[in-house]
Design a protein around this ligand. Structure first.
Ligand code: PLP
Length: 389
């Protein structure tokens, strides 16, 4: 129905004005866990909310359209989405994952490997030789995360998906850091896209959720079947809130990345900052790839404070508008310390291998006033530079 609409319009308007009962402009929320049969052996479209729910399906359909997929399954968390995307693997199968993936994904893959559910190779996917060596081992699945969390490394989705296909593997892309407003991996050759909808898609830090989008109808059906078998499907109330967030996705993302450009410029020339990781910087190693596969550079960045852990502590304890909290993609600005927070579940060795040191701080830029955010960071960095005692 909305096939020819621009993505921006799909996000804002999908399901609007379609209520046949009362003409409600906003789609109603269906919280019911169960649905009546019209009669004996005559089920309706929905019978039980674990298997299917109109509110959740509207969200799934909207995200599937935004990602250019054939279908999507909305699940309870981003981790449930990652787990669902790898559910087809069998003992002996190999998955190739990024060496610097989100620590929760790293933990999940290692935990399932420890139970011998499949094998995993963590590789630097920007290293062509390492990637070729991994693909030579005939993996079933290649998982990509670009830009990566928290170092914002960018890899070439089109290239890796093509190589994976040649090697007989499907490609899954975790698109959480950009959202479909800035990157659509299926259009670049990916088979599946996963999101923690907790982040940009919901955008208001009041829902934990996830989604898996499939390029092929058969994969979408297999995902739907397995999500019902394992019961990981998301709640209708969460789906309702997330759909409300999706309505403003494009407007939020555009405003947030505009603010981010100013913040990156400020940090990049600040004496207390050793390095800024942001794909929008021409000096960023992934800048050229980002320009070809992203339609914007987003509002996530990380940087290293030029100092020890005490300098980091002074910075984190001085900033006020940036809340010290995990997560990202909401309308409020957040700061986190990767080594002790988001990536604490990685071993110290794995963190070193991924390039995450103790001076690294990650920012998620929200929608506050630009001057207020810059002043907050300036105060924090002044405090970081003060000598203790
Ligand atoms: N993927 C990425 C890139 C993430 O950053 C996160 C969470 O931070 C997840 C997956 C997991 O999502 P959730 O916390 O909703 O389970």
């Amino acid at each position: 129905m909305s096939r020819n609409r621009a993505p921006h319009t799909i996000a804002v308007a999908n399901g609007i004005g379609e209520d046949s009962a009362f003409g409600a402009v906003t789609p109603p929320i269906y919280l019911s866990s169960t649905f009546t049969f019209e009669g004996f052996e005559r089920p309706r479209q929905y019978d039980y909310t674990r298997s299917g729910n109109p509110t959740r399906d509207l969200l799934a359909g909207t995200i599937a359209q935004l990602e250019g997929g054939a279908g999507a399954v909305v699940v309870a968390t981003g981790m449930a989405a990652v787990d669902l995307s790898i559910a087809s693997l069998e003992p002996g199968d190999l998955i190739v994952a990024p060496h610097d993936c989100y620590a929760g994904t790293w933990r999940l893959l290692n935990a399932r490997r420890a139970k011998r559910q499949f094998n995993v190779m963590f590789v630097d996917q920007a290293d062509e030789e390492a990637l070729a060596a991994a693909l030579a081992r005939s993996p079933k699945l290649v998982l990509i995360e670009t830009p990566s969390n928290p170092l914002m490394r960018v890899v070439d989705i089109r290239k890796i998906a093509a190589l994976a296909r040649e090697a007989g593997a499907k490609t899954v892309v975790d698109n959480t850091f950009l959202s479909p407003a800035l990157q659509q991996p299926i259009r670049l050759g990916a088979d599946l896209v996963v999101h923690s909808t907790t982040k940009f898609l919901n955008g208001h830090s009041d829902v934990v959720g996830g989604v898996v989008v499939a390029a092929a109808q058969t994969d979408a059906e297999a995902l739907r079947y397995w999500a019902n078998v394992t019961g990981v499907t998301g709640s209708p109330f969460d789906a309702f809130l997330t759909l409300r967030g999706v309505r403003t996705l494009f407007a939020r993302v555009e405003a947030q990345q505009k603010l981010t450009a100013s913040i990156v410029e400020f940090l990049n020339s600040h004496p207390a900052v050793r390095v800024v990781h942001y794909p929008g910087l021409p000096t960023h190693p992934g800048h050229d790839i980002a320009k070809t596969q992203q339609t914007g550079f987003g509002s996530m960045l990380s940087f290293e404070i030029d100092g020890d852990v005490d300098a980091v502590r002074r910075f984190l304890e001085t900033v006020e508008i940036f809340s010290l909290a995990e997560s990202l993609g909401g309308i409020e600005s957040l700061v986190s310390h990767s080594a002790t927070m988001t990536h604490a579940s990685m071993t110290p060795d794995a963190r070193v291998a991924a390039g995450i040191n103790d001076s690294l701080v990650r920012l998620s830029i929200g929608l506050e006033n630009e001057g207020d955010l810059l002043a907050d960071l300036a105060r924090g960095l002044d405090a970081a530079m003060e000598r203790a005692g």
